[in-house]
Design a binder for this molecule. Structure first.
Ligand SMILES: [Zn+2]
Length: 268
């Protein structure tokens, strides 16, 4: 009897919490129900509490997991590197640092081929970078400077050959090679945003520190930012990569800024 009355109380309680019109009490049982409402409230609250507590705990756990994942992606981008770095690096026993860098170089994914446009035979860049580069070359030409593109987009496979074949030809260790060339999967060239530039009037300085003495380099230092290009590896850079006055990267879109944010953060 007590059990049945409690069920009725609960039913009555749900109806009133849903603000439905209530039938007028017409029996002794309903009067009893009214008398027992405070107890019913206590019962209802007691029944609801564990479920609320668990759902609150579940929400808090889910939020905590989400926050941890975001923190891991931000602090250790290398853990989530999907650059497709060849396993040849693993065979060398090389392991990225906590910030994702390998021998000083940040990991970079390979741009989708559909994003690339040709700027010259065999040379491609991402569309916005290509437009900016062509505009920069025209402005330089108007000032009597011939900016020659020596290298632009490079696939991870090409970078793999560049790194290991030249390393072998020069009898270099991976660390020595990485001072002047990024390991495959870690080159800014794979993003389609980076270029190596030379001075048409001084081809002997191509890809050499002597490029810094050319009129083209002086022009770039004075004007490249206007076209959203920045020097990736200035002298004494925090990444520990050799000074490369010829290597410039495009940072003129939000996407490009995001790609180079880890490198930017380190240089600040
Ligand atoms: Zn380069």
């Amino acid at each position: 009897m007590l059990r049945r009355s409690r069920c009725s109380v609960l039913a009555r309680f749900s109806r009133s919490s849903a603000s439905l019109p209530q039938p007028a009490p017409s029996s002794r049982r309903l009067e009893l129900v009214s008398d027992e409402i405070p107890q019913a409230r206590r019962t209802a609250v007691a029944l609801r509490q564990p479920r609320d507590r668990w759902s609150r705990r579940l929400s808090a756990t889910a939020l905590l997991l989400l926050a941890l994942t975001v923190a891991l992606v931000v602090v250790f981008p290398g853990l989530f590197n999907r650059s497709g770095a060849p396993s040849s690096l693993g065979r060398l026993g090389l392991r990225p640092a906590a910030d994702g860098r390998l021998l000083g170089h940040f990991p970079y994914g390979e741009v989708d081929q559909g994003q690339l446009v040709a700027i010259a035979p065999g040379l491609q860049l991402q569309r916005e970078a290509a437009s900016a580069l062509v505009a920069m070359q025209q402005a330089a030409r108007a000032d009597g400077i011939e900016l020659v593109v020596l290298s632009a987009y490079r696939s991870v496979a090409t970078q793999n050959r560049l790194f290991f074949e030249v390393k072998s030809e020069r009898n270099q260790t991976a660390r020595e090679r990485a001072r002047v060339s990024a390991p495959p999967g870690y080159s800014e060239h794979s993003t389609g945003y980076a270029v190596d530039l030379g001075d048409g009037a001084a081809p002997g300085t191509n890809l050499a520190a002597a490029f810094e003495q050319t009129a083209a380099f002086a022009w770039l230092q004075a004007n490249a930012a206007r076209y959203q290009f920045t020097l990736s590896f200035p002298e004494g850079n925090a990444q520990g990569v050799n000074y490369e006055p010829w290597h410039w990267r495009f940072e003129g879109t939000a996407q490009a800024l995001r790609v180079f944010e880890p490198a930017q953060r380190l240089s600040r």
